[in-house]
Design a binder for this molecule. Sequence first.
Ligand SMILES: [Fe+2]
Length: 307
Amino acid sequence: MALQVTPLDNVGVEISGFDITRPIDEALAAELVALWNEHGILLFRGQDVNPQNQIAFSRIFGELAMHPLAATTSQEYPELFTLVNEPEKEKFMTARYNGRDMVNKLDWHMDLHYTGRPNRGALLRAVVCASEDGLTGFGDLAKAYDALDEETRQLIANIEVTYAFSMQRRHMRYVDLRGYEPGTYSPKKPSDIGFPNFPEVAYPAVVTHPVTGRKVLEICEQFLERIVAPHRVGLCNDEAVDLLQRLVEHTRKSEFHYFHQWQPGDMVLWDNWRAMHCATGTRPGVQRVIHRTTIMGDATLGRVVDS
Ligand SMILES: [Fe+2]
């Protein structure tokens, strides 16, 4: 059966005519990889997914990463990263947004962006879907670049932007802090949850995708810090801050977004070198289990800022 490709809201596509329990030959694998490269965000529905076929399917798109936190992976399937809402853990991931406690709400980001070596992509499968909320948003930063006016493209062609890893959301400069209050147990610094002290990293504001050659607007609000040496492109510091604010607002436009409401049997695969993602979170106590596989990739897109 041939694959059918149906556009999702605004960005990404749904692929139908695919069954993860059937053998995947080379021609079908090549077609899936080409669709991933073309659209960046792929949704599959109604799949009978188990750990083995999720891992095998993900391998079509590249070598898989083992998650660095052993506690979050299963011994049996080290390629599988399990995200579970558990009362003991979720208190650390709870914060208040406009008077409501939310668990695991995450701003727009790209995974491992703060290391300079983001993974190529990832696949999520909802094992237990949240009964309410729990949406995952995807934002296409190649389309966001394409939609910029020529003057802005020229202005950002030769600038670098930095990202500074932080555990405290109120230390992040470009996230929307209105109505936000940290939770009682929100970590204060990376070592509180066993994370290293990540140095600041810089990226070109426009990254050429290593595989597809498309230009990607390398702006996502989480951890975004500053423009490196703005005077070199004729900007004062105030103009540099305004420019980043304007670019962040551009990435927030719904025309670049798809928000997925999970149903059993859904899988979403995205290109982490092109698409940002976010999580709307759930209310405390809502059951949710996600299985994730991570496709490594072998490009370094950012550089550590040492001085
Ligand atoms: Fe993420």
